[in-house]
Design a protein around this ligand. Structure first.
Ligand code: URP
Ligand code: ZN
Ligand code: ZN
Length: 456
């Protein structure tokens, strides 16, 4: 055995228990007592958790007239410093490009400097004149990309999938073991509301919220669920943020449909009131934060198992870029930082008694790994990769951009106080984060070749 982590409290499945954990060749080799190894680490008083799997990020993504502020290296460095050891990025397929070709291009950008293990979903934007892209689905799944995203919005950005395309994608996805992910908002309603606000000179960030309120998201969530049910397709709703959407997911699940839902920490922490703040533009993301009823519904859905995963939608922009929209919310690049805050935030909620530590680990590690076909990730189990986080319940931490490990220069999480914090992260047995410092080697992250998605 190379290393034994002794005397920690292991969080696994539905329980917490006191045991030692042995690591050999980057894998979890033993869990129990009296494990002998070349090196020992005393984890008395610490929780031993699986590394988190953040299944929703946009690293160095061209978007909103610029490129998101975190490179693959910076974003994944920040990830491991917050206990995320596997990062899923969205590779955006563009007109005329193939799916594997798109992902290979992004891998080429990512892999030289990546600090966490990395997997990709592909966001489909164009099926080709004859729908030829549909013929690539099986090949993409075999290559390890077994989930595709459909943006039901972003028409002017050339990323939107209309209902006809969504139907064709879902039909083919079902045949090829692919899970369809949707960003659900109604684009026509948004455009109509924006036009009205601009004509009336209403340009503050608050009007970003008013242009995409609860019912705009709820309609699209219900429409996506309708198509999934009608076609017998599996569906994963990304960044679910509204109460009516939660209710629709709960109903579809209760009827026995394979409908899965993700929310993000920003929707659990903030409400639409943030858009009235002086720095409201920094919170502009889509869908926007919603009212307090939606926030409460999301927490309830987490407890009841209606929400399956919590991921970040990490898509940071620099302050100067957010400032483009100081006087016009439509010019603000959409997206916020969060990759380093996901696990500490959810574990802090566990530490405060809001959910259990096991539930936090399920939402952030175990279920995303299972749902997206990462067999060697997601839990403290013999044989899995030794992606491990040591967590100190007694270490209080207040989030500040200066203490983060990304490239961005502002964060919506500034000043948020957490109860407890990760103190060490291991990636396949190697220490990559130690008490506030990144100690890994850029480039040590590996591509994760996934199996079928959408099975729990
Ligand atoms: O505002 C957001 N969420 N930006 C990233 C792209 C997306 O919609 O997921
Ligand atoms: Zn989205
Ligand atoms: Zn996103």
């Amino acid at each position: 055995m190379d290393l034994v982590i002794k005397n920690g409290t292991i969080v696994s499945g539905y329980q917490e228990f006191q045991a030692d954990l042995g690591i050999e060749n980057g894998r979890i080799a033993a869990i129990g007592g009296n494990i002998k190894a070349g090196e020992e680490l005393d984890a008395s008083g610490l929780y031993v958790l699986p590394g988190a799997v953040d299944v929703h990020t946009h690293l160095q993504m061209p978007f909103g007239g610029t490129v998101s502020a975190d490179s693959y290296e910076a974003g994944t460095r920040a990830a491991v410093c917050g206990g995320v050891t596997t990062v899923f990025d969205y590779a955006i397929q563009r007109k005329g490009k193939g799916i594997v070709q798109t992902v290979e291009e992004r891998r080429g950008l990512a892999e030289p400097g990546v600090c966490a293990d990395i997997a990709f979903h592909c966001a489909i934007t164009d099926l080709g004149n004859e729908g030829e892209l549909l013929n690539e689905f099986a090949g993409a799944a075999a290559y390890g990309v077994s989930s595709f995203k459909c943006f039901m919005v972003y028409k002017k950005e050339g990323m939107m999938i209309d209902d006809g395309m969504l139907m064709r994608i879902m039909e083919k996805a079902g045949e090829t073991g692919i899970l369809t992910n949707v960003h659900a908002e109604n684009p026509d309603a948004i455009d109509a509301r924006i036009a009205g606000f601009l004509a009336g000179g209403k340009t503050s960030p608050w009007h970003h919220y008013l242009s995409r309120p609860e019912f705009v998201e709820a309609e699209a969530v219900k429409r996506a669920i309708h198509w999934a049910k009608a076609l017998g397709a599996k569906l994963y709703i990304v960044h679910l943020a509204c109460k009516e959407g939660v209710e629709a997911v709960a109903k579809a699940k209760a009827e026995g449909h394979a409908i899965f839902a993700e929310t993000c920490p920003q929707y659990l922490e903030f409400t639409s009131d943030v858009y009235k703040r002086e720095d409201g533009r920094n919170f502009v993301c889509s869908p926007p934060m919603k009212g307090p009823e939606s926030r409460e519904a999301l927490w309830k859905a987490i407890k009841l198992g209606v929400i399956d995963t919590v991921a970040t939608d990490h898509c940071p922009f620099m302050q100067a870029e957010k400032d483009w929209g100081k006087d016009d919310f439509t010019k603000i690049p959409n997206g916020c930082a969060g990759i380093e805050n996901l696990y500490p935030y959810m574990l802090s909620a566990a530490n405060a008694g809001r959910i259990s530590f096991s539930r936090a680990a399920q939402l952030c590690a175990e279920t995303p790994a299972k749902l997206f076909g990462c067999a060697s990730k997601g839990s403290i189990t013999v044989g899995k990769d030794a992606d491990i986080v040591l967590y100190d319940r007694a270490k209080d931490f207040t989030i500040s951009v200066s203490a983060m490990h990304s490239d961005y220069d502002q964060t919506i999480w500034e000043g948020v106080a957490l109860k407890g914090y990760p103190v060490k992260t291991f990636l396949r047995g190697s220490l990559v984060y130690d008490n506030g410092k990144y100690v890994g080697k850029p480039g040590q992250g590996r591509y994760v070749k996934r199996s079928e998605s959408g099975c729990l």
